[in-house]
Design a binder for this molecule. Structure first.
Ligand code: PLP
Length: 325
């Protein structure tokens, strides 16, 4: 089983440093006081395209030989990954095609179109879309960029970890929101290979906890139903390539409720002026709701604010009174 190492992550850092933002690591005294820790937020909501996904997409696409990229880039995600892939492809002068679900969100379709992608509509499940994307890859010779289960994508996401290690000493734990596990596989590799004494903790919504279940079962285990407000981590099973990395390097998996997530989203905006999408607030939620193990009390912990792509409608929901206290 091929597993990435820090070498691939350092290579990714060199490859993408000119096209991504080096996002600030923000200290929040106010949130830290509430949670009884020294709390830092890695602000990937400020990243190009509004989430960390550009790191993996750019690493994969910039490394392609030009004649391969020129046949076009395909992906099946209409969310942050679709925007990131489209942005990275257009930047290189390649065409981008995004396979979207029939009857999906208009807002998302418009946004992807604005980024410059061709839109194709197919089915309603991600399996149908991925198989259509694969069929297009075969027909056109185009390059398919998976959202997490890819070594170049994982290595790109790992650059978040290198930046954190560069910016801060004395870290006790790094908390990472977890869907298909590309982000946590990359960050855990970067952090653990530089300093194995730092804990890397994954955080999932209670209603979408396939990685926690898989870790406890000792093998990849699928969920039948997913229920969470955090649309960036609605994954039914961790990746084939990413999961072994999680098993090797991740110390623990924590869960949070949707209410915890929306409250964290609210507090991060109010106290730190940082705008997160619900998924972007998942790891901070674990710290703020008391899910963090006792041994980290009073110590330095970092939460990844993984994205900030949020509609005004969603924001209004988050700010309804129940989430404020
Ligand atoms: C994709 C995404 C995640 C989860 O990343 P995985 O690599 O699938 O685990 C978390 N937060 C945001 C904002 C995302 O877009």
């Amino acid at each position: 089983m091929p597993i990435i190492s820090n070498m691939e992550i350092f290579e990714a850092q060199n490859r993408i440093s000119g096209v991504i933002h080096r996002t600030p690591l923000c200290h929040s005294e106010s949130l830290g006081r509430m949670a009884g820790v020294e709390m830092f937020l890695k602000t990937e909501n400020l990243q190009k395209t509004g989430s960390f996904k550009i790191r993996g997409a750019a690493n994969k696409i910039l490394a392609l030989p030009r004649e391969e990229g020129a046949k076009g880039i395909i992906t099946a995600s209409s969310g942050n990954h679709g925007q990131a892939v489209t942005y990275a492809a257009r930047m290189c002068g390649y065409s981008a095609t995004v396979v979207m679900p029939k009857g999906g969100s208009r807002v998302k379709a418009d946004s992807i179109k604005e980024y410059g992608a061709e839109l194709l509509f197919c089915g309603s499940t991600s399996e149908e879309r991925i198989s259509y994307a694969r069929q297009l890859r075969a027909e056109r010779g185009a390059v398919y960029v998976p959202p997490y289960d890819d070594l170049m994508v994982m290595a790109g996401q790992g650059t978040v970890g290198l930046e954190i290690m560069d910016d801060l000493d004395g870290i006790a734990a790094v908390l990472v929101p977890t869907g298909g596990c590309g982000l946590i596989a990359g960050i855990a590799t970067a952090v653990k290979e530089l300093n194995p004494s730092i804990a890397v903790l994954g955080v999932e919504p209670e209603g979408s906890n396939s990685t926690g279940i898989s870790c406890r079962a000792g093998k990849r285990t699928a969920l039948n139903t997913i229920k969470t407000v955090a649309d960036g981590v609605r994954t039914t099973i961790p990746g084939e390539l990413t999961f072994p990395v999680v098993q090797r390097y991740v110390d623990d998996m924590l869960t949070v409720t949707d209410k915890d997530i929306l409250r964290a989203q609210y507090l991060i905006l109010e106290r730190c002026k940082i705008l997160a999408e619900p998924t972007g607030a998942v790891s901070a939620a674990a710290i703020l709701c008391g899910a963090l193990p006792e041994k980290f009390k009073g110590r330095r912990v970092v939460a990844i604010v993984s994205g900030g792509n949020v509609s005004m409608e969603q924001l209004r929901e988050s700010f309804d009174p129940p989430c404020r206290s």
